[in-house]
Design a protein around this ligand. Structure first.
Ligand code: SF4
Length: 369
């Protein structure tokens, strides 16, 4: 049995996690005691990530044949994709990825798109724009002693190690206000004052005075949900009015990093990209989660060809022409940049099944033609 240090790939907080490996497989996790971000804890999202991914992992490419996905060998799959890409104009091809790839993979994709003249490429980070370092971003330690925290979204459930710091702040006397769609969320239950909302945009347009009056230079606005990229500007404006800090908690482990290399798409950009191409390559982006399966299916049906590269089998696959497995985080090395802009490197902890091509290998094969 081996225990190896890694970075949790389940959300953007960037906690350290120890992976327990037996016979070249991750069989469990153990908190990374000395990691400064999580201070010896890991949440159940991080612990379960490996179980779920292992359950849904696959090793062989799939090709759609008569509305059924059948196993297809690597050489013919990559050869067919290469032929498809060569037979379309570069403006008819789109690439969508997410913060579920490493900085090195994002750099590689950027260069691949440049070589092929593909301009319709971007990462979807659930409506968060690229974060500029000039903004007043709070670090995690500042949360523990902030006198006032205002939260949008269910941070306690989605990002529990930030939730833990909010609980510490509350014990230290901090006042906690929150806003969310549900009044039974864990974050709302743990707040001193809670605002049930039906739209984040609407709420920000009519931002309550009673929250604004509490915000000052020591307080922090924490948010993990936006309805469009203008919501971010509204939060920035509110924070600028009273010098408070903000802590945007992005969706994926490397949302911050990928946005450095590839254009950032919000939901409208994403729809425009899909509507403007005939061939779509989706790389580890669960865009179906956002649109809802029916809506994404109707959009995808209009395309000529869809290739999906993913580390675990998605639920909705019927519209894809090819589904290709790619290595999981534990099977590769690289860097991930967490939601406060800290880049952390991690090493491959299990030997990748050599039959599974890396993202680089798939696209290098395509470039050969
Ligand atoms: S808070 Fe996020 S990064 Fe930390 S252990 Fe939980 S899922 Fe992983």
């Amino acid at each position: 049995m081996l225990i190896k240090h890694s970075i949790c790939p389940s959300c953007s907080v960037g906690c350290g996690i120890n992976l327990i490996c037996i016979d070249n497989e991750v069989v469990g996790t153990y908190p990374y005691k000395k990691h400064p971000i999580n201070e010896g804890k890991n949440c159940s999202n991080g612990k379960n990530y490996y179980k779920i991914n292992k359950k849904n992992s696959f090793k062989t490419p799939l090709k759609n044949s008569g509305n059924k996905l059948i196993e297809f060998d690597w050489d013919r799959t990559v050869g067919s994709i290469s032929e498809i890409i060569s037979s379309y104009h570069s403006d008819e091809i789109g690439i969508i990825s997410s913060g579920k790839i490493t900085n090195e993979e994002a750099t590689f994709l950027k260069n691949f798109a440049k070589k092929k003249g593909i301009r319709k490429i971007g990462v979807y980070s659930h409506n968060f724009p690229k974060i500029s370092t000039e903004k007043l971003i709070s670090n995690y330690d500042e949360l523990n002693n902030a006198p006032f925290l205002f939260i949008i979204g269910d941070i306690f459930v989605k990002n529990p190690l930030i939730g833990r710091r909010i609980a510490i702040a509350s014990d230290n006397g901090s006042k906690i206000f929150s806003a969310d769609y549900s009044d039974t969320s864990i974050t709302s239950i743990n707040s001193d004052n809670y605002f049930k909302i039906s739209s984040i945009t609407e709420f920000l347009n009519n931002f309550p005075k009673e929250i604004e009056n509490e915000l000052n230079k020591d307080s922090v606005i924490i948010f993990n949900q936006l309805e469009d990229k203008e919501d971010f500007e509204k939060i920035e404006k509110i924070s600028n009015n009273n010098d408070s800090k903000i802590l945007p908690v992005l969706s994926d482990p490397n949302s911050y990093g990928t946005m450095e290399y590839l254009p950032t798409l919000d939901k409208n950009d994403l729809i425009d990209l899909i509507d403007g191409v005939k061939v779509l390559i989706i790389i580890n982006s669960d865009i179906g989660d956002y649109f809802g399966h029916a809506e994404i299916n109707s959009k995808l049906k209009k395309l000529d060809e869809i290739m999906f590269l993913t580390e675990s089998l998605p639920e909705y696959m019927s519209n894809f022409d090819y589904v290709l497995p790619i290595p999981q985080m534990s099977e590769k090395s690289g860097t991930l940049t967490n939601t406060i802009g800290k880049s952390q490197s991690f090493e491959k902890v299990v030997r990748k099944d050599e039959s599974v091509f890396s993202i680089e290998k798939i696209f290098n094969e395509i470039l050969k033609d």
